[in-house]
Design a protein around this ligand. Structure first.
Ligand code: ZN
Ligand code: ZN
Ligand code: FE
Length: 754
């Protein structure tokens, strides 16, 4: 009989065809395999039994990097006569359902070759094969073929070409392959961007790092700033030059055993660290470790990862000391991926380790942590992006979702599929907007995509919103839809959990544009500030939402300034509780201000000048951190939550008293109780317990599944308590809970309203 088999999923650019070729040949099946629009297409001549066995083996033995979404088998009548099993040219007409593969860290076999003196790629820093190497970061277009990547400028030498064209070779159709003769090459540049070394470059770089220099190293999706993580002097220099006072740095470490000397690693964490994605994993620091104290000051965790590329691997093999490998950027902005961008940071680095393979799509390192055996992503990037989601039904229109403003991502929809870009960064500087546009262009180019609908946040001042309106101006027939920020958060968590019912959606977040009325008027489309949300409960489904509870609003003194200064949030509560008596109050909050500042802020508070009302739960963490004098002015986003974690004591079970009146949760009472509490540990622990208590109390009034979303649910302590006390609560597992999820949530909202 003759069968036709269609396999969908991540099956291109991952060695699927040679795998099918080998499997079919070993089973003596006749026919052919080729790439097609939807994935991989196979025709085989076989008995019914052996086609069953064939498919079973496909599922069992599938290549490491592949992901099978579905396999469809049907019988066909076909007159073609087969004498063997072969690999045929791609039969692609459109590119709609092709998936872009992610960048993959160096595999075991390549690592062995890298260390094998007799191998022709011994110590070749760009060794790769069908199971590893760059993918997303070098792709210009699909289908994924070498001439559509930045490898096109490296014509293969004879030997590489032989491997590339031999179906039995493990480099058959491995697009990024090359060797010393034909592939990308390293160069070492000084501060003037002049080449200073062309021989033994890795040895030279190792010497530079050992001597305390900061080297910018071009990796897969961008440049890292690299230096010796055990050298206090260098660390001080890096912090000064990068103007990064205390935000922890990620550290790259040569082996899992060395990681275990520095931090506690459980089985799940080890699995993730050593996976072919090689993400940064946040781990609990061991008390005594030999990293400089300046790597991750005042916090009990540190982000560690293994070398993702052969280049990093070679450097660490020779260096034998951990290195800080932090994204080369201005804090929060996208990672530098071009010469121009890295030159702008020349005040930070001493040397650049450059190579001549272009980065087409920038992609930062992924960051994640494990809590209760569950993975939570803080940054969805290298190895974890782009990512694909399924909608419940196909969309007739093509939709472009522009996400939020911080931790930006963008998404497009094609039929029933959402394709979400990697984390781009905060849309604050000019270069970040260029990266944002470039990621949109990549999706448009690769998928031949022209949006008919553009979706953005309701916040009028987000760069992504402004861009949406620009697009609309250029193309008036483009449909523009704005989706409320926190509803999008809830939808994203519903989406990753395949939930299609009515739920109680909790969105505890930093700040986002609210949907309520100000002075009786809807603020939709209005410029300027009204109420800001961030501590919301919705009864919602995929179609609509109703806000049923929220934290009682308080003023954000100085608007944006209050986001960086926890003391302003605490002061706002104190003004509310004590009025003018605050001036007589002597505590860590008031002490952190000058007298005239207190008076000015009081007037601002009274009159509501540049002091919008907010229900943000994220800001409550700031309030607590300030009241307890843990931090008054943050040097990085999320600092207060991270610092509070280290004060939590799980043996303390009580919480503070609070009241919920008609869905309004009053935090003022909690503030009073915290002020009376002398022990920081007790106060912090009771605060965390109270947040859970609040969720629990509100949820008791609704017989609905509880869906948790928003940046606050990146707090490990909070997640730990939730998973213990509310085991049925639905979380954004194996996904992000912060604003990188918004673009996906927007896609779901629109899918159900169009
Ligand atoms: Zn490999
Ligand atoms: Zn070659
Ligand atoms: Fe948010």
């Amino acid at each position: 009989m003759r069968f036709e088999i269609e396999i969908r999923g991540v099956v291109q650019g991952v060695g699927f065809r040679p795998f099918i070729y080998k499997l079919a040949s070993s089973m003596q099946l006749l026919g052919f395999v080729s790439n097609s629009d939807f994935g991989v297409y196979i025709t085989v001549e076989s008995s019914k039994n052996s086609v069953g066995e064939f498919i079973k083996q496909i599922r069992i033995q599938k290549p490491q990097l592949s992901e099978i979404e579905s396999i469809r088998v049907s019988t066909i009548k076909d007159n073609e006569i087969f004498s063997d099993f072969s690999i045929k040219e791609s039969r692609c007409s459109s590119k709609l359902s092709l998936m872009i593969p992610s960048d993959i860290a160096i595999c075991q076999e390549c690592r062995e070759e890298l260390e094998d003196r007799s191998n022709r790629r011994y110590q070749y820093p760009f060794i790769s094969c069908v199971n590893c190497g760059p993918r997303f970061s070098i792709i210009k277009n699909l289908p994924y073929d070498r001439d559509k990547t930045s490898m096109e400028r490296f014509p293969m030498c004879k030997k590489c070409e032989q491997e590339y064209t031999n179906p039995k070779d493990r480099r058959y159709h491995a697009q990024p392959i090359g060797c010393f003769e034909c592939g990308p090459k390293l160069s070492l540049l000084d501060s003037q961007f002049k080449e200073i070394e062309s021989e033994n470059i890795i040895d030279k770089v190792v010497t530079l790092i050992k001597s305390g220099k900061i080297v910018a190293i071009k990796g897969v999706g961008g440049y890292h700033l690299v230096c010796d993580a055990t050298n206090d002097e260098t660390m001080k220099l890096l912090r000064e030059r990068k103007q990064r006072a205390s935000k922890p740095f990620a550290v790259m470490i040569k082996s899992i055993n060395t990681i275990k000397e520095i931090a506690e690693v459980n089985a799940k964490e080890q699995e993730l660290l050593t996976s072919n994605k090689k993400p940064i994993v946040l781990l609990k620091k061991k008390k005594s470790n030999y990293l400089s104290n300046l790597v991750a000051p005042d916090v009990n965790q540190v982000g560690l990862f293994l070398p993702p590329t052969p280049l990093h691997y070679l450097i660490l093999q020779k260096l034998k000391t951990p290195i800080v490998a932090t994204s080369a950027n201005i804090s929060g902005e996208p990672i530098s991926s071009t010469n121009e961008e890295i030159l702008k940071l020349s005040h930070i680095w001493d040397y650049v380790l450059e190579n001549d393979r272009d980065i087409v799509n920038s992609c930062d390192d992924s960051v994640l942590f494990v809590e209760n055996d569950t993975t939570f992503l803080l940054r969805n990037a290298r190895g974890y992006a782009p990512v694909y989601f399924k909608l419940l039904k196909p969309l007739k229109k093509k939709v472009l979702c522009l996400g939020a403003n911080q931790k930006s991502t963008v998404a497009i929809t094609i039929d029933d599929r959402v394709i979400l870009s990697p984390y781009i960064g905060d849309l604050d500087g000019l270069s970040s907007i260029e990266h944002f546009k470039s990621h949109i262009d990549t999706l448009k180019r690769v998928y031949n995509f022209e949006p008919e609908v553009v979706v953005c946040d309701k916040h009028p001042n987000y760069e992504s919103t402004k861009f949406a309106f620009e697009l609309k101006e250029q193309k008036p027939d483009l449909e523009l839809i704005q989706v409320q920020h926190h509803y999008a958060h809830v939808l994203a968590t519903m989406g990753v959990n395949d939930i299609d019912s009515k739920v109680l959606g909790v969105s505890f977040d930093g700040t986002g544009y609210g949907d309520d009325k100000v002075n009786g008027e809807a603020r939709e489309g209005a410029l300027g500030y009204g109420n800001i949300w961030g501590g919301e409960f919705f009864v919602c489904d995929r179609k609509s939402y109703e806000r049923v509870a929220n934290f009682k609003e308080f003023r954000l003194l100085g608007g944006k300034m209050a986001i960086k200064e926890p003391r302003r949030v605490a002061l706002s509560f104190l003004f509310n509780l004590y009025g003018e008596e605050v001036f007589e109050l002597k505590n860590s909050v008031t002490d952190s201000f000058l007298e005239y500042e207190l008076k000015t802020l009081y007037i601002a508070w009274q009159k509501g000048l540049n002091s919008p009302l907010t229900s943000s739960c994220g800001r409550l963490f700031d309030c607590v951190a300030s009241l307890l004098d843990i931090v008054q002015i943050c040097s990085y986003e999320g600092e207060s939550g991270l610092l509070l974690e280290s004060f939590y004591d799980e043996t303390i079970d009580d919480s503070f008293n609070f009241s919920i009146d008609n869905g309004v949760i009053d935090f003022n009472e909690v503030v009073l109780q915290i002020m009376k509490e002398k022990s920081k540990t007790i106060a912090v622990s009771k605060f965390f317990n109270s947040i859970i208590e609040i969720i629990y109390k509100v949820s008791k009034e609704y017989d609905l599944p509880v869906v948790l979303s928003g940046g606050v649910f990146q707090n490990r302590v909070l997640l730990r308590i939730i998973m213990k006390k509310m085991p049925n609560a639905i979380l954004a597992k194996e996904f992000v809970s912060n604003d990188s999820a918004i673009a996906y949530g927007q896609a779901i909202a629109v899918a159900n309203s169009l």
